[in-house]
Design a binder for this molecule. Structure first.
Ligand code: 48H
Length: 249
């Protein structure tokens, strides 16, 4: 016979065990948007212990709504290998573009990241960082609802060798480091210029402070790069670049 208590205990026991296990990770990714999911997937695939902390209930970041809620996403051909790696369908458009379905893209990135070994903690917000001896050593977390209603509740800590800021327009982790150190002034992204934006966002993604890497729109926000709108190749490629840099250490 099904028991209420078993349902409750099953949830509490399993989640608590996992959270405890993930209090120490190789890589803590903040934000489950396209850059965070690609980076997390590639790192987990190579055996790294990766946790992604996502403040919202649904991972996927800005993918779901495509452009102006037309739920299609454009990917330039340079990033075709990422769509192929994740087995995501697309329709070629002109010579340079591939069009993917936003819902398939978001759900598949999430699913493949999880199956590769990434642990996604949703509803958890990164509110601070650990800095020791001039290096970011972890993230300070709390439940999103605690932050939303401004409850006076102290956070907990996850220790990480590397922290990745994949928080998109928020550039949330970099802003925290900027507040605490002389590093990392956030300039705010520039006006739309797709070609430049897609090139520069990949070029500039990488380590910005010892232990802290930026990628995706966080990079554009930090360096004042132009924005690109609903084209996602640069998000994938910047996540890939950061994952490769970390793996090379
Ligand atoms: C936990 C947090 C916190 C926090 C935020 O915005 P995203 O999709 O991020 P990217 O950079 O991978 O992709 C950007 C893309 O979606 C986009 O907006 C583009 C291409 N815009 C172009 C343009 O011209 O505007 O996802 C970031 C995620 C979100 O899910 C947030 O909820 C989450 O990070 N997040 N999670 N703790 N402090 N802050």
């Amino acid at each position: 016979m099904l028991q209420e208590l078993s349902v409750t205990r099953g949830i509490i026991e399993t989640f608590s065990r996992e959270l405890l296990d993930y209090t120490q990770v190789d890589v803590a990714v903040v934000g489950a948007g396209p850059s965070g999911l690609v980076a997390g997937y590639l790192l987990a695939k190579k055996g790294k212990k990766v946790a992604i902390f996502e403040r919202k209930l649904a991972p996927g970041g800005g993918i779901w709504g495509g452009g102006m809620l037309f739920n299609k996403v454009v990917v330039q051909k340079d990033a075709k290998h990422i769509l192929d790696e994740f087995e995501i369908n697309y329709t070629p458009y002109g010579n340079d573009y591939l069009i993917a379905d936003a819902v398939e893209l978001a759900s598949t990135l999430i699913s493949k990241a999880v199956k590769a070994g990434v642990k996604i903690f949703n509803g958890i917000h990164v509110e601070d960082v650990v800095i020791k001896n001039g290096k970011v050593n972890g993230v300070v977390i709390n439940w999103t609802p605690v932050e939303m209603v401004h409850l006076h509740v102290d956070p907990l800590v996850v220790e990480a060798n590397f922290v990745l800021d994949g928080t998109g327009h928020d550039a949330a982790v970099v802003k925290l480091v900027a507040k605490r150190t002389d590093c990392c002034r956030v300039k705010g992204m520039g006006a739309m210029w797709v070609n430049e934006a897609e090139k520069l966002v990949v070029e500039k993604s990488g380590e910005i402070y010892p232990g802290l890497f930026i990628m995706g729109m966080s990079t554009a926000e930090v360096y004042g790069l132009p924005r690109m709108g609903p084209i996602f190749g640069g998000m994938f490629l910047s996540g890939e670049k950061v994952a490769k840099e970390i793996l090379s250490r």
